[in-house]
Ligand binder design. Structure first.
Ligand SMILES: Nc1nc2c(ncn2[C@@H]2O[C@H](COP(=O)(O)OP(=O)(O)OP(=O)(O)O)[C@@H](O)[C@H]2O)c(=O)[nH]1
Ligand SMILES: [Mg+2]
Length: 718
């Protein structure tokens, strides 16, 4: 295969609602470029892009796929992404590696939920968008309605570059408003016959052409001046204006195709190779030193791995984009994430699972490595002497959790390995081995997402597993002060044990100062703090340990042992066995025995005194509370809010944002179980939400009772 220079490469991501025809379009683009000899179909389960077993089973793309095609002496790298929102990880990493998004719209439905969601992804990363209206051969095609919806949702950047002449069954012609030509396609599609616009279409074409010219002029001042003085622009000038409009997101040009019949696809490809932003047009990334890395083919070789996958018989494949320089076969590189050396012995370009070996790849190009030892998704490889890294792909926070367990304990290790591989291929699946909950918690984007993961465990890894409700990481704390004494004494046989500890505990609030006197049962206890340990607990919150011993009643050398004893109880709170937090302890008195006192004795005395005090200090259970942000269409806002109230949620604020109402609320994690499924059914899949941990807060009395009851029952069972 030919080596392409930086200015001969375009990188595009196919976005759009599920079923809009992205995979079918990719197939047509590869066919037109001669990369494949015949076009596969979704029904035939033989497309280049949807090659994985789960994709055949479901008839949908599940992962993003890296493909390429060649057209008019240029290379187009294509990322075909899944339209279903649970698999947005593939969309986000593809958009990261691409320069332009092709937003595919099913002309039967116009702008759908997924169209909108994907458009918002492009907004977030500020990438240009070209709109492709697909399915014009369908009997239910409705171009005008789709166009209206696009204008309403995406604003006046929507601008026609083509319009269909005969939409519906038999669709074979479009008018190209830029070239001002009629394009007619043969029955099985492919290359267009180009001719003059027929008289009956001339008025419409001329009017749309004028709109396009004005819009093109608007994107560049010098063009605007030319337009004012000449009242027209040449095709070359229009193209320049359109290209600039696309780059700045001032223009979203619209194309009309039937991917299934390969109609209009060649004209779209022609536009991509000539007008879509090139590598050097796009803002360059910054490296870890904060410097801009120019897309310079003569610069030092540097590549970023944006995606990993695991293929049968091959193992790990790492897909990368060259950010600087030229990568040649057998180059020695350094992984700047872990400092290891990697020899890049084989370079490939990929069209789905088909790989073609290439000798070199230039800045901006997309390729793949196999058999690297220590490199994976999100790593950067540089030529030696260079330690650049990039701000990598940012995946969305998880919003769905489930506990998973192998049905047979003997599969535990295998399950661990499989989950590791699953995470590598889809970083939006996050595995948490919770020592605290004694569960493996899998976090993902939604119920469907995790069901697909289970399908892989069942069918590919062949590990039978059970999904269970995930436990909640509760915390315990106290709400008032309490005092306790404990004497640990063992004097049977040989060496004895003796330790006595008197202590006071109180709730700790950040910034509060220590007490100098406290009263219990009418007795005043003086506290003068001689030493203080502030323990930042691994699970959040603090334990403040104050040494208030006077007159040497406990030797200083036993103080660490007492703290050890306290920590043992902090790890297993008395109510539910959860971690405890935010407590201040004053050890103010005690007793020693000249022979029998030792560290064990004081550890046990400290532990038991603390436990006694804890129980009388009105202990409370704390639960994790999340801040949930929901984008919802206005007509469903009331339903969403009343559902939140049923989840003990508290609305913090509401605002309007581009076609959506945004609700911010705080909701306990315990009530967020299956929220994505519930929200989807309330809004017909038209809402989106994110959630992030906010704080621990006390649970209401009735919830505390039921949590303690559940814990006690579980303990009794064990
Ligand atoms: N009539 C008609 N059907 C089409 C066209 N393009 C795609 N389809 C059909 O629409 C269905 C969905 O097409 P896909 O290419 O899988 O759509 P997708 O956008 O990749 O969907 P996801 O992978 O789920 O995001 C398939 O049955 C295709 O055959 C078209 O131009 N015309
Ligand atoms: Mg697809």
């Amino acid at each position: 295969m030919k080596t392409y220079q930086t200015d001969q490469i375009k990188n595009i991501a196919l976005l759009g609602n599920s079923g809009s025809g992205k995979t079918t379009l990719a197939e047509a683009m590869l066919f037109n470029g001669g990369v494949i000899e015949r076009r596969g179909t979704i029904d035939g389960k033989n497309t280049v892009s949807d090659y994985r077993p789960i994709e055949h089973e479901n008839g949908n793309s599940i992962y993003s796929t890296v493909l390429y095609t060649e057209f008019r002496n240029k290379k187009i790298n294509i990322f075909d992404t899944p339209g279903l929102d649970d698999f947005s990880g593939g969309v986000i990493s593809s958009l990261y590696a691409a320069d332009t998004a092709l937003l595919v719209i099913n002309v039967q439905n116009g702008v759908e939920v997924g169209t909108d969601i994907h458009f918002r992804h492009t907004e977030k990363v500020n990438k240009p968008v070209i709109i492709v209206v697909n399915g014009l051969d369908h009997e239910k095609a409705n171009f005008e309605k789709s166009l209206e919806m696009m204008k309403e949702r995406f604003g006046n950047g929507i601008i026609l570059v083509q319009y269909p002449v005969n939409e519906g069954v038999g669709f074979n012609s479009v008018i190209d408003i830029l070239k001002m030509k009629l394009l007619q396609y043969p029955k099985d599609g492919g290359a267009a016959k180009v001719s003059d616009i027929p008289a009956d279409q001339m008025d419409k074409a001329a009017e749309l052409h004028n709109t396009l010219v004005e819009k093109a002029a608007e994107s560049d001042e010098s063009l605007m001046e030319l337009f004012f003085s000449n009242d027209k622009l040449s095709e070359e000038e229009i193209r320049k204006g359109v290209a600039k409009g696309i780059l700045t997101r001032g223009m979203f040009p619209v194309f009309c195709i039937s991917a299934k019949n390969n109609i209009g696809v060649d004209d779209l490809m022609d536009f991509i190779v000539s007008e879509a932003p090139s590598i050097t047009d796009m803002p360059a990334p910054r490296n870890s030193k904060g410097n801009i890395v120019k897309p310079d083919p003569a610069g030092p070789g540097s590549v970023y791995v944006f995606k990993s996958s695991i293929e049968e018989h091959i193992g790990e494949i790492n897909y990368f984009r060259v950010y600087s320089g030229k990568i040649t076969e057998n180059l020695d590189a350094v992984n700047s994430n872990n400092g290891t050396k990697e020899r890049l012995s084989q370079l490939y370009v990929c069209a789905g699972k088909n790989r073609t070996r290439v000798p070199e790849l230039h800045t901006g190009d997309i390729g793949a490595f196999v058999k690297l030892k220590n490199t994976k998704m999100d790593h950067t490889l540089n030529v030696p002497g260079n330690d650049w890294r990039y701000e990598g792909v940012r995946f969305p926070d998880p919003k769905y959790r489930i506990a998973i367990k192998a049905q047979s304990e003997s599969d535990d290790e295998k399950l661990g390995e499989a989950l590791g591989k699953i995470h590598l291929e889809d970083p939006t699946i996050i595995i948490e081995y919770s020592k605290e909950l004694k569960q493996i918690i899998v976090h993902g984007q939604g119920e469907y997402h995790l069901n697909i993961m289970k399908w892989h465990l069942d069918n590919i890894y062949k590990i039978p597993t059970n999904f269970n409700s995930p436990k909640i990481p509760y915390r315990e704390t106290i709400t008032r002060s309490a005092q306790a004494d404990y004497r640990h004494k063992k004097q049977s046989g040989g060496a004895g044990q003796f330790g006595e500890v008197h202590l006071i505990i109180e709730p700790y609030v950040e910034g509060s100062s220590e007490q100098s006197m406290m009263k219990f049962g009418g007795k005043e206890i003086k506290l003068s703090v001689r030493g203080k340990d502030e323990v930042d607990l691994d699970w959040g919150g603090k334990l403040i340990y104050c040494n208030c011993i006077v007159g040497g009643s406990i030797d200083a050398r036993f103080m660490p042992a007492i703290l050890k004893g306290l920590m043992e109880k902090m790890e297993v709170g008395p109510l539910t066995g959860s971690y405890a937090r935010d407590i201040r302890v004053y050890v103010y008195d005690g007793k020693m025995h000249p022979v029998d006192s030792n560290e064990i004795s004081f550890r046990l005395a400290g532990r038991n005194a603390f436990s006694q005090a804890f129980k009388t200090a009105s202990p409370k259970i704390l639960e994790p509370v999340y801040e949930v942000e929901i984008m919802v269409p206005s007509d469903r806002m009331g339903d969403v809010i009343s559902d939140l109230q049923g989840r003990r949620g508290m609305v913090l604020g509401m605002s309007s944002e581009k076609r959506f109402e945004v609700i911010k609320a705080r909701v306990p994690l315990a009530e967020m179980n299956k929220y994505s499924t519930a929200l989807s059914s309330i809004t017909g899949g038209r809402a989106m939400f994110t959630m992030r941990f906010l704080e621990y807060a006390q649970v209401p009395g009735d919830v505390q009772e039921s949590v303690i009851k559940a814990y006690t029952e579980e303990e009794e069972e064990e």
